[in-house]
Design a protein around this ligand. Structure first.
Ligand code: PLP
Length: 404
């Protein structure tokens, strides 16, 4: 008789966005005349930029001719893409990262989720809290997170590092020493960042205690402030303690076509074992990685046309972020984020928890957002709005909220 992985049963009930989906569907059915504005989900809405479409067409044509057809992609990804990444995202920023330390993939979600497989079962994980739920969920599935404590809405084996308005979203070093530290900056959902000096302290800490930092920089393109690092490799010593995840989803609209990459420096070792060599053995190298056509589209992101077009796209979303940030402030809310990230994080009014505020906003202004508690225990009492809607809808949503 086969057995299931019982760790899956520890995942609490329903996934955040499916609960939201059900609530919104029920509301729409009861009020078919109302126009809902969705500022909840972190998916992009702008079409792929012309430079990317051009590259896709060309690559599709190549696949139709015997001389230019491509089968399985190389394990790490095509050299043309890894070189463009190494130069533009790292070397031009003064980071010592080579093309053969980059592993191209079909997106950051899989990499953030799968990376834990190369680590031993008894590692203690620490996460900044609130955060993108994939890090905790995948460690739960792997049996590394302990048990779900319903009254606390936490896992017993996870070290949660609270990031709230009280500590300006900067996590403190935990009392108990972790082995694997998940940091996500710019942060989903709070939109907060660390300065280079603050991130350097984490790199120094990890090197001192022998921990690995799993750094998710999926929103790097939204950074507007000078002292905010775009990569953890801007910090000294990060090559010996950090892995970095990147995505083409939020900077270039690839959520539907899928492309991302992970950087594993060759200096990152556990004793004599190089993590680079372990990740090279990961499942889904040739078969589940990004196809040739998509990797050519990724290459176009780094051309002068691609860069100019995508700068405009990010600016479009950040204009929305400004509308939300200022609109909420005018409406009297306490607000964070929205400057280096497409996420705006607001404190829910006194006496309203984050799900109550979800219902309140849906019913009174027909605006859909995301309850903060869905991102971890320290997200309770907060609420996330995203800049990925259209400008017109974003303005209208804020007009409605200001009138409440
Ligand atoms: N990392 C963070 C912090 C995210 O918020 C998301 C998506 O919302 C991802 C990774 C997923 O990126 P991808 O689309 O490349 O899988």
């Amino acid at each position: 008789m086969f057995k299931i992985n019982e760790n899956y049963l520890k995942l609490p009930g329903s996934y955040l966005f499916s609960t939201i989906g059900k609530k919104v569907a029920a509301y729409s059915e009861a009020h078919p005349d109302k126009k809902l504005i969705r500022l909840g989900i972190g998916d992009v809405t702008q079409p792929l930029a012309p430079a990317i479409i051009k590259a896709l067409h060309k690559a599709v044509d190549e696949m139709g001719a015997a001389e230019t057809f491509h089968g399985y992609a190389p394990d790490l990804g095509y050299e043309f893409l890894r070189s463009a990444i190494a130069k533009n995202d790292y070397q031009d920023r003064g980071c010592d990262i080579a093309a053969d330390e980059i592993f191209v993939s079909d997106g950051a979600k899989c990499d953030c989720g799968n990376i834990q497989e190369i680590f031993g079962q008894d590692n203690r994980i620490a996460v900044c809290d609130p955060v993108y739920p994939v890090y905790v969920d995948t460690n739960v599935m792997a049996g590394r997170a302990g048990d779900w404590i319903p009254e606390k809405e936490m896992f017993s084996g996870v070290i949660y590092m609270p990031c709230t308005m009280d500590n300006d979203f900067v996590p403190e070093f935990p009392k108990e020493t972790p082995d694997m530290i998940y940091l996500c900056y710019p942060n989903n959902p709070t939109g907060s960042t660390l300065t280079k000096a603050q991130l350097q302290e984490w790199v120094d800490y990890a090197n001192k205690v022998g921990a690995v930092i799993l750094f998710d920089a999926a929103y790097e393109a939204y950074i507007s402030e000078e002292d905010v690092p775009h990569s953890i490799y801007e910090c000294e010593g990060a090559r010996t303690c950090a892995i970095e995840f990147r995505s083409f989803s939020k900077n270039a609209g690839f959520t539907g076509v899928r492309l991302g990459f992970t950087v594993v420096p060759k200096d990152l070792k556990c004793g004599d074992v190089s993590l680079h060599s372990l990740w090279a053995r990961r499942h889904g190298t040739k078969y589940n990685g990004a196809p040739y056509i998509i990797q050519r589209a990724g290459e176009a992101v780094y051309t002068p046309e691609g860069k100019a077009e995508l700068k405009e796209q990010v600016a479009y979303y950040m204009k929305n972020a400004g509308v939300i940030y200022n609109g909420l402030k005018e409406a009297g809310y306490t607000v964070a984020g929205g400057v280096n990230a497409p996420y705006i994080w607001l404190k829910t009014p006194e006496g309203m928890d984050s799900w109550k505020f979800f219902d309140y906003l849906l019913e009174t202004s027909n605006v859909v957002g995301t309850p903060g508690s869905g991102f971890g225990p320290s997200g309770e009492g907060y609420f996330r709005l995203t800049a990925f809607g259209t400008y017109e809808n974003t303005v209208e949503a804020m007009e409605r909220i200001k009138k409440l």
